[in-house]
Design a protein. Structure first.
Length: 62
């Protein structure tokens, strides 16, 4: 079983990715969402992440 992290600064996009796929059918047991790199790092520090879907164009974190 795998854990997924979705990283996108556009909340509607991240939510759409999370809701539009039957992740359980693909063997994904946990789906976390982060809206900036700081949140993504916090997820990595709390739990293992096996797969990450990440926006490639995001604003810089302060």
């Amino acid at each position: 079983m795998y854990r997924l992290l979705i990283v996108d600064d556009e909340r509607i996009i991240a939510s759409g990715i999370k809701k539009s796929v039957d992740w359980g059918r693909l063997g994904i047991v946990g789906v976390a969402v982060a809206h900036n790199m700081r949140q993504a790092i916090a997820v990595f520090e709390k739990q293992p992440v096996d797969i990450m879907i990440c926006d490639i164009e995001m604003p810089a974190s302060p």
